[in-house]
Every structure is written in structure tokens, then in C-alpha cells.
Design a protein around this ligand. Sequence first.
Ligand SMILES: NC(=O)c1ccc[n+]([C@@H]2O[C@H](COP(=O)([O-])OP(=O)(O)OC[C@H]3O[C@@H](n4cnc5c(N)ncnc54)[C@H](O)[C@@H]3O)[C@@H](O)[C@H]2O)c1
Length: 384
Amino acid sequence: MQTSPLKIGIAGSGFAGKFHHRNLRGLPAVTVGVTSTRASSREAFAAEFGVRAYASVDEMLPDIDVLDICTPPSSHAAYIRKAAAAGKHVIVEKPFHGFFGSPKEHPKEEMLAAVTEELRDLRKVVTDSGILLGYAENIIYAPSVQREREIIERSKAQILRMTAEESHSGSHSPVYGIWSESGGGSLIGKGCHPLGGVLYLKRKEGLARNGTAIRPVAVSCRTHSITKLPAFEDRGYLRAHYEDGEDYAFLHVIFEDGTVADVMTSELVLGGVYDFIEVFANNHRTRCHIQPVKVVDLYSPDKKEFAGMDLMEKISSNEGWIPAFPEFGWSNGQYYEMRDFVTCMQEGRQPECDLELAIDTTLAIYAGYLSADRKGQEVEVPRI
Ligand SMILES: NC(=O)c1ccc[n+]([C@@H]2O[C@H](COP(=O)([O-])OP(=O)(O)OC[C@H]3O[C@@H](n4cnc5c(N)ncnc54)[C@H](O)[C@@H]3O)[C@@H](O)[C@H]2O)c1
């Protein structure tokens, strides 16, 4: 048990790096420093939050207890290895890992095989080093999802089917939709959230009823690039022009007990982030609203009143009736995930959202990409 505040070093000074830092408020942890490939970006972050700017992860590692990886996905694995070699705990943003090469040059069979091998090795590296790894899948920590976890555990419910979605009008990140940087399109970039959520709930059901997690065994998937269709009429409200990543995906997951989940994800949804998990069980039914949530109904007569305010993620205009956040990230669990990671790393125990969930989510995604390549044919999710 560590009694002094955990020293956190953040890699990546963009959107995620900032909300990770803000969500350490009130926790026994302190952001010691930040690094980013762009000097101007890390220095601006350091000045804004009063922390030290480091030139690299290597330079920062000796001064920290935890490396908090908020960089684009193609750098996650290398940074996990560096932190593990230095004996430092890891927090890593979603998506955990992927295949970063052009789909024109690399068939999906190769991608799935390479990702499987890399995950096998990463698991060994993390386990052998004895560090703790928190996979920052915030949906796991959404208050509605945690309520459902409790309902499943206490009533020993059996989940029969689930539907889940995360969509919005398109990522702000310049590397989004470029496979070699992002590892795919909507399925990995956004679909990892609801997929992580359904895998987590089924895992919890298995542990509560039989003492072992119920894992995904096979998937069928379709992916589409709707904004690339010649017939798509661009009115300017949705982001378009993705390089080689899809903007819509549908993933059907089959679990080892034969029950199922259907995950949808896209860049085609206006009106803010659309994020839910619906559970159909043998003894109850639950709609977990993640975003939007009806807690604060705010009416704005004119968008200029609240220009630049974070009232709802990805809403295009702060005008009219808005289901505003009670506080940024509350309903999607972003504060609670940092609280769990910090507490577990101080106490030396595994966080709720761990390496195993990160691995299963990644494997199901790349099995999904292979299935989509085969126009929806069922593909086994590898076991490592
Ligand atoms: N959980 C969520 O809701 C959520 C939301 C947004 C982003 N994310 C995830 O967070 C990660 C970062 O996304 P973002 O939106 O903050 O991106 P961003 O583009 O806003 O910021 C990325 C930062 O990383 C830096 N960077 C890039 N490559 C680097 C490298 N190799 N080493 C060090 N720094 C590097 C960039 O200079 C920039 O400061 C991604 O994995 C993304 O999927 C998660």
C-alpha cells in the first residue's frame, strides 16, 4: 500500500491527456509531468496545468509511478513496454492496440494473426513485470453500467442478449480514419466502447454465477463507408473524407454460453454522442443511458449564450433544449475510471477494467474486421 500520492506522467497533451489530468482532482495522485512529440503542445499543457514538460517518455519515467498513455493508438504498445521495463504502472487509453498498416497491403488474416501475437507478448510483458495496467475504457465506469453490474451480480441474472452503440458525427482527431495510425475506422475507434461494455457485463455475469468469466467466442461483422458513397449528399454536418477506415460497423458477438450481443457504431449520428447498452436478461431488462442523459435540461435561446461551453459532447450547436452534462464526463464514467486506477495502484490490486478486457476487446475487433472482409461470415475470436 502506497500512502504518498501517486506520481503520474501523462504521455499525450491533447484531448484525452487533458481530461485524464482534470479527473485526478481530489484523488491521492498528482500529475508530475507531460510529454508529447510536439514541443509546443507539451509546453502549452505544462504551462496551463503547472506541470513539467518532458522531451520524451524515457526522460519522464524515472520521476513517476504511473505512465498514463493518452497518445494515438499506434504508440500504445511501445509505451506499455517501456513502462513495464521500468517497473511503472500503466493507464492506457482505448483502443488498447491494433494493426497499423495499410489494408491495401495487409490482408485481414495477417492483421488478426499479428494482433493476436502482439497481445500474447504484451500480456507476458505486463504479467512478468508485476506492474498493474488500467485499460481506460470509461464505459465500464459509467454509473448506469455499474448499476447494471450490481443488478446482474446480486440477482445472479443471465444475460440473453444485448444491444449497444456508440456513435457521433465524427472524430476531431486528424489521424482518425487513417488505418496506419488508428488501426481501422469506427469499429475500433468508437465501437471499442460499447463492445468493451457488453464484454464486461457478460464477464461479470459469469463470475457471479459460475466463478469464471464468460468470454466471446465468435463474431460476424459488416463495415461500410457511407460518407464515401457517390450518392452521399454532404450538408457539412457530418465529418467525411476518411482515408481508409470505415464510418459504420455492425458487430454480432456470440459468447461461449451461446448468448449474443449486437454492437453498432458510426460517424453518422447528429445530435451529440449517442451511447447506450441495453440488456435483455432472464429476470430483468435495463437500458443503460451513457450519453445523452436526462439530468439537466438546459434551454438556450441563442447559441452565442453558451459558445465554447462543454454542455454536451459533440453537439453541433448550443441552442434550443440541451440535455447538458451535470459535469463533464460524469455519465460516461471518466472520473470514476481514474478513481479506480489510482486506488488500485495505491493498494496493489487489479482495476475493474484490466488487461484481460483490453485483450478480449481487441481480439473481437480484429476477428470482426476479418469477418467484414468475408461479408459477415462468422470468425472465431482467438484465445491467447
Ligand atoms: N475515452 C475516451 O472517451 C477518449 C476520447 C478521446 C480520445 N481517446 C483516446 O485517447 C488517445 C489520444 O486521443 P486524443 O483525442 O487525445 O488525441 P489528440 O490528437 O487530441 O492528442 C494526442 C496527443 O499525443 C501526442 N502524440 C502523438 N504521437 C505521440 C507519440 N508517439 N508520443 C508522444 N506523444 C504523441 C500529440 O502531439 C498530442 O499531444 C487515443 O487513443 C484516443 O482513442 C479516448
